[in-house]
Design a protein around this ligand. Structure first.
Ligand code: DAH
Length: 339
């Protein structure tokens, strides 16, 4: 019996299988119900009692050796089989190629970062909005021609429900529910019914700023905007405020920065003027404060709003607005190292 076991031990060590099927056949031959090991186990019954312990141990060792060998053959056969197929289960999953931030996200984060250092916190509002928050609460009268300035999308059968045409709706949403003082920044998507071209799109992104407190003045606005422009475009940047009109601010202004390409000398980017327009701003009209439940004899405020695509264009000179929403991987890849 001992001899048989030892012979089998060396036989097992030399077993080989070319496929998982062959390994399975070996398993049946050695470990199956009528296999070699079962026969041995039956013989074991006739072993004299005094040898049972020693031979039993050897049998156990043999059984484990056969099991280990067959498992090893099966695994090897599987790996070999997979190597021939397109799935390589042994391959490490790394490196995973990471995506990049969208250029609009990069610019938005940069703007948010500058204003958050000045104490502005983020606020959000709905893109599908009612007329009150987009227009009426912001001093656009029902028949106000300024409503035509922004080509509004209406929700069919709900003339009161629209896609917001500017992020200014968040101003009134915040004013109606927030304790004063208010100092917020609201980035978001806006919609306008315009034919899509290289220079216009039916949706784009804006960032709105609003500060309301006692004794807020136009000087505060100007200083904050100067600091913003210099942080964003460099310390030599100059700003210029031109009188303008918005229903929700009085006085209103549009702000230009000295051209980011020629520094003010005049080039094709600034069409020879040396200036580039980047945002609208002004002192919150007292009528807007009152419409939103704020006492305009105690509080004043300023507001500003800018298009994120516009700023991104100035920073990266993207010629066609549509690039921002087409998600062409070759375009997005160009911003890999931008941050
Ligand atoms: N809502 C304006 C627009 O979409 C931008 C704007 C101008 C926002 C002046 C403001 C502001 O808060 O004070 O064109």
């Amino acid at each position: 019996m001992t001899e048989k076991i030892e012979k089998l031990m060396s036989e097992v060590a030399t077993l080989a299988a070319k496929s998982a099927d062959e390994a399975e056949a070996l398993r049946i031959k050695y470990l199956g119900r009528k296999g070699v090991l079962t026969v041995l186990m039956n013989d074991f019954r006739n072993v004299p009692a005094e040898q049972k312990r020693e031979i039993g141990q050897k049998l156990n060792i043999l059984k484990t050796a056969i099991q280990d060998k067959i498992n090893e053959l099966k695994e090897a056969a599987e790996v070999q089989q997979n190597a021939g197929s397109s799935i390589d289960l042994t391959r490490t999953p790394y490196p995973i190629s990471l995506g990049t931030r969208h250029p609009l996200t990069i610019v938005k984060n940069e703007i948010v970062d500058i204003f958050s250092r000045l104490g502005f916190t983020l606020a959000e509002g709905p893109e599908v909005e009612d007329d009150w928050h987009v227009y009426s609460s912001l001093n656009f009268a029902d028949d106000h021609p300024a409503r035509d300035m922004q080509d509004t999308f209406f929700v069919e059968s709900h003339p009161d429900i629209i896609l917001r045409s500017h992020t200014s709706n968040v101003q009134s949403r915040v004013m109606e529910k927030t304790q004063l003082p208010i100092r917020i920044l609201c980035p978001g998507r806006v919609y306008r019914n315009e034919a899509v071209s290289a220079r216009a799109h039916c949706f784009f992104h804006q960032i709105e700023g609003l500060y309301i407190d006692k004794n807020v003045s136009f000087t505060d606005l100007k200083q904050v905007l100067l600091l913003f422009a210099q942080e964003l475009f460099g310390p030599d940047t100059k700003i210029r405020l031109r009188p303008s009109y918005f229903p929700f601010t009085e006085p209103s202004a549009e702000m230009d920065v000295s051209c980011t390409i020629c520094g003010g000398k005049g080039c094709s980017m600034c069409k020879g003027s040396g200036w580039l327009e980047i945002l609208g701003c002004g002192m919150v009209d007292p009528a807007v404060l009152e419409a939103n439940g704020i006492d305009s004899s105690v509080y004043t405020g300023y507001a500003f709003g800018m298009g994120i695509e516009r700023i991104a264009n100035l920073k990266y000179q993207v010629k066609d607005l549509r690039m921002f929403s087409e998600n062409d991987i070759r375009f997005l890849d160009e911003f890999t190292s931008a941050n």
